[in-house]
Design a protein around this ligand. Structure first.
Ligand code: ADP
Ligand code: MG
Length: 358
């Protein structure tokens, strides 16, 4: 048999390594939006503004009022595997931030034009007297005006990888995905205000809960704003925790739509693990199972469920986008979600006052 001509093993150039890695993280404009909003929230932002042009293909700008990046760290932020969020394997295993892989900015910068404009709080250092602008392509760093916080601008996504660009759908579809990405964050963070602009028009705005509002009130308000007043009127609060002698306590809270409010499609199912939006079969199966006796045919329940679980019992580092997680014991998660939803539905059927959301 003839063998193909052997080629020498070579290390790939840095740029190509980044572009290959970017393939996993940046699929479409919404992936960029998700990563940049993750970063804004990790920076402690109270308000996040997303501006888009052409469904995000021409421009994605995310502005926050978080803690900013000091001048000398701006170039480091763009490097692969550079992060301020973890330092060790131990910290990885108990990570509480959205990010930790230190990949997103490097990946995005390898497939688009990226600039970082940031200012740290006064007193942080002499450099904080104004903001600094870093152009990722040229490496040029220059002073610029801005309040405390960070603006990331991403232009001409996939300009250098036309094959990728061809996979993009219409601007309207890409915009819808971008809005969905922000919606997922917004549901989990009623304490943060969000605004989305497209082509200079305000598309969505979700105001931050007033300071001092109870977590239940803030969450109810945000769920109503994001999922619609109708959802609020046709749903029940979930407030469940495993018994106190359970070795690995789990808490499940949020809201589930009444059986009559179920939909033909499973497009209004929001599940969060320790504040992170996840797509997880264990969770969706458990929720569906809880509705088994009251939902007929293929109808899909509507819910926003938040699970709090010991971070050491869930691995968030299984997928570059972190939308998938792996539970140490998926049975205990399944049971928790199922019981939480079943108990809520049963209590409402029995006419009992439903437990208030904690
Ligand atoms: P990761 O979020 O996994 O750390 P990123 O590539 O998304 O990796 O970001 C790299 C680093 O840049 C972050 O660890 C953080 O220190 C900094 N950074 C990025 N975006 C922001 C922001 N909006 N505000 C403050 N710091 C930021
Ligand atoms: Mg990040």
């Amino acid at each position: 048999p003839r063998h193909a001509q052997r080629r020498t093993i070579l290390e790939l150039p840095d740029e190509l390594i980044s572009q290959i890695a970017a393939g996993e993280v940046v699929e479409r404009p919404a992936s960029v939006v998700r990563e940049l909003v993750d970063n804004a929230l990790d920076a402690g932002a109270h308000h996040v503004t997303v501006r888009l042009l052409a469904g995000g293909v021409r421009l994605i700008a995310v502005e926050d009022d978080g803690q900013g990046i000091p001048r000398n760290e701006l170039p480091v932020a763009l490097k692969r595997h550079a992060t301020s969020k973890i330092r060790s394997l131990d910290e990885l295993e108990s990570v509480g931030t959205m990010g930790f892989r230190g990949e997103a900015l490097a990946a995005i910068a390898s497939v688009a034009e990226l600039s970082l404009l940031s200012r740290t709080p006064p007193g942080d250092s002499a450099d904080a007297e104004h903001a600094w602008l870093l152009n990722a392509r040229t490496g040029e760093l220059s002073p610029a005006p801005r309040g405390v916080g960070t603006s990331v601008e991403v232009r001409e996504l996939f300009y250098a990888t036309p094959a990728r660009r061809k996979f993009l759908k219409t601007d309207a579809t890409e915009l819808a995905h971008c809005v969905e990405a922000v919606r997922r964050h917004a549901l989990a963070r009623p304490d943060v205000g969000f605004a989305i602009w497209h082509e200079g028009k305000l598309v969505e705005q979700w105001r931050a809960a007033p300071p001092g509002a109870s977590p239940e009130d803030s969450m109810a308000q945000r769920l109503g704003d994001v999922l619609g007043r109708e959802f609020l009127d046709n749903s029940l609060p979930v407030a469940w925790r495993s018994s106190s002698d359970h070795p690995h306590p789990i808490r499940v809270w949020g809201r589930v739509g009444l059986p009559d409010f179920a939909r033909a499609r499973a497009d209004q199912q929001f599940a969060y693990v320790n504040g992170r939006f996840v797509r997880d079969k264990v969770v969706s199966h458990a929720a569906r199972a809880a509705f088994e006796d009251v939902l007929h045919g293929q109808r899909q329940p509507v819910y926003a469920l938040f699970m709090e679980i010991d971070p050491r019992r869930v691995d968030v580092n299984v997928h570059p986008t972190k939308i998938e997680v792996r539970f140490r014991d998926s049975r205990e998660v399944h049971q928790a979600v199922r019981h939480a939803v079943e108990d809520t539905l049963a209590a409402s059927r029995a006419g009992q006052p439903v437990a208030a959301t904690p």
